[in-house]
Design a protein around this ligand. Structure first.
Ligand code: FAD
Length: 283
């Protein structure tokens, strides 16, 4: 963990584009509450995740930036896209004063026969650097429990290194509930001379059923002891939230105390759960 300790800490929060007017109001309010209490380094907005409308990322970035005055980093995926489409998006973001991007491959949609011109995130990063130079600070995804489609853990680490070599400035991890997976991942990065900040992605626990479903899809493990305890609360959502806050706060504190260079909260467009953790931390 030595290599992570010299970076300035970054605290950030992720949103997804809302589908309705009411959802957009809720998102605006969440961004304002998070700004007031946490004053994050930046907000990020997902792109195309879970079938969301890709144009909505652009308008959501604009809305949050104007409402909060905080820097906003759009996510950008390359799977299924042509280079000229990506170029146009990058130019639009530049014109809007956006200077940070979360660059991803994206999940391959079922039945996709044409992956587009950029197959992996490292190719997207190279393309961003070729076409826009150093304009964007580029965040990439990292997987302490490894990406579910990786042929093996070593290859996944090598593929992560390729993204860093292509020009990534910083990484955000998939969420996890096992701090040791993160510590081991950082140790492996050190051995491979990967030297960028790797910010733990933090998923607050508010609802066991949806968390379990999503975790199975994205390859994040809910440890057995944790899932059994959460299941034991049944429909008692307050108890799940209280216990989840305690467990995730403890993990965040452990990560920060060991030198993690910040935290990235997967807010699911709600401020309360992230702020409960935030207020418990000794920073
Ligand atoms: P890559 O880094 O390209 O890796 C994908 C897989 O391919 C890995 O198994 C890797 O080992 C392997 N690989 C990489 N390069 C090579 C190569 N050259 N040869 C062979 N194999 C290779 N999804 C969305 O749709 N929208 C979002 O907004 C979004 N935001 C996210 C934010 C974060 C912080 C994280 C962690 C994930 C996010 N995702 C999002 C999910 C992400 O798109 C998926 O996990 C996707 O399957 C992989 O994207 P990646 O950028 O990590 O891909």
């Amino acid at each position: 963990m030595k290599s992570q300790q010299h970076y300035t800490r970054s605290f950030s929060c992720e949103f997804f584009p809302a589908k309705t007017e009411a959802g957009a109001d809720n998102l605006r309010n969440a961004s304002l509450a998070l700004k007031k209490e946490m004053n994050p380094s930046y907000f990020s907005v997902t792109y195309g995740a879970g079938g969301s409308d890709q144009d909505k990322t652009f308008s959501t970035v604009d809305m949050i930036k104007q409402a909060s005055g905080i820097n906003v980093a759009p996510h950008l995926t390359c799977i299924g896209s042509k280079k000229n489409e990506i170029s146009k998006i990058l130019e639009d973001y530049k014109a809007k004063g956006i200077n940070r991007i979360v660059a991803l491959r994206g999940d391959i949609p079922k039945g996709m026969d044409n992956p587009g011109e950029l197959n992996y995130a490292n190719e997207l990063i190279s393309f961003i650097r070729e076409t826009t130079g150093e304009h964007f600070t580029i965040e990439v995804a990292a997987y302490p429990e490894f990406h579910p489609q990786a042929s093996n853990a070593t290859d996944d680490l090598k593929n992560f290194r390729q993204k860093v070599m292509a020009g990534a400035n910083s990484a955000i991890t998939q969420y996890f509930y096992n701090a040791d997976a993160y510590f081991r991942f950082i140790d492996d990065c050190e051995k491979m001379a990967i030297d960028i900040p790797v910010i733990p992605g933090i998923m607050p626990i508010t609802n066991y059923t949806s968390l379990a479903r999503f975790s199975a899809m994205c390859g994040a493990e809910i440890p057995l002891w944790l899932s059994k305890r959460l299941l034991a609360f049944g429909d008692d959502t307050d108890a799940i939230k209280d216990y989840g806050t305690e467990i995730v706060t403890d993990m965040c504190q452990r990560l920060l105390d060991a030198g993690a260079p910040g935290l990235h909260f997967y807010t699911l467009n709600q401020s309360e759960a992230s702020l409960r953790i935030w207020k418990n931390l000794t920073l």
